[in-house]
Design a protein around this ligand. Structure first.
Ligand SMILES: C[S@@+](CC[C@H](N)C(=O)[O-])C[C@H]1O[C@@H](n2cnc3c(N)ncnc32)[C@H](O)[C@@H]1O
Length: 219
């Protein structure tokens, strides 16, 4: 059996400290700089009654958008921050099942009684998860046959004006955010080992990056 990695010491507490108060302004402020989330959601193309797990779901903003677009979808969310989960729970009520956990080691069978999902999403969280490669590898295993993994996060900002890119990177670093330049390469390589195929995309001059991987249907 493969051991599931635990959270970096103090990380859950750091996330709770960061979001304890800011979670109340999160949805309002992030719509001005977490670009690419709605593009990721539009691409989900959920089957009727399909299941969705958002890893590191935060305030539940994305799950709420998914619920509006696909009213019959079965929704699940997890996050390391119990503070963020308070906001998600207030927003989603019984519309989504929620659980606290570390993305790299999260076991949804134990938390929700379901091991795999038609769609798994990670939105603007790999840049904050210390063991992000393990989180992506774990997420890949949670995709059901015929399903897909969708990740969006900050990119390398390579095609933004140089000063703007430098200012943005410095500002993000103050908030524990590190853009993962090898996110697409890592996800595609890890997915290929599981027989999954996909592609990466960039948006807004590299401000954000998206990666999508599909698991073949069961034979
Ligand atoms: C920038 S917020 C993104 C929230 C949401 N996905 C969105 O798109 O609005 C990052 C989230 O990642 C969560 N997070 C950070 N490290 C995590 C980890 N190791 N495991 C699970 N969640 C984590 C934080 O608590 C926070 O809710």
């Amino acid at each position: 059996m493969t051991a599931r990695p635990a959270a970096a010491p103090g990380h859950a507490a750091a996330m709770d400290a960061m979001y304890r108060w800011t979670r109340h302004l999160y949805d309002l402020t992030r719509k001005y700089y977490l670009f690419g989330r709605d593009r990721m959601i539009r691409d989900l193309d959920l089957p009727r009654g399909g299941t969705v797990l958002e890893m590191a779901c935060g305030t539940g903003r994305n799950l709420a958008v998914i619920a509006r677009a696909w009213p019959r979808a079965e929704l699940y969310g997890m996050d390391i921050s119990t503070e963020m989960l308070k906001s998600a729970s207030a927003k989603l009520g019984s519309r989504a099942a929620l659980a606290q956990g570390e993305a790299a080691g999260f076991d949804p069978a134990a938390a929700f009684g379901r091991a795999q999902f038609d769609r798994v999403t990670i939105s603007f969280a790999t840049s904050m998860i210390p063991s992000w490669e393990a989180a992506v590898s774990n997420a890949l295993t949670l995709v059901a046959p015929g399903g897909s993994l969708h990740i969006v996060d900050f990119g390398d900002m390579a095609h933004l004006p140089r000063l703007l890119g430098a200012v943005l990177r410095a500002w993000l670093a103050r908030y524990h955010v590190t853009p993962r330049h090898d996110l697409v390469a890592h996800a595609l390589t890890a997915g290929a080992k599981l027989g999954m195929r996909g592609h990466g995309e960039r948006g807004m001059g590299g401000y954000y990056q998206l990666v999508t991987l599909h698991r073949p249907p069961a034979a």
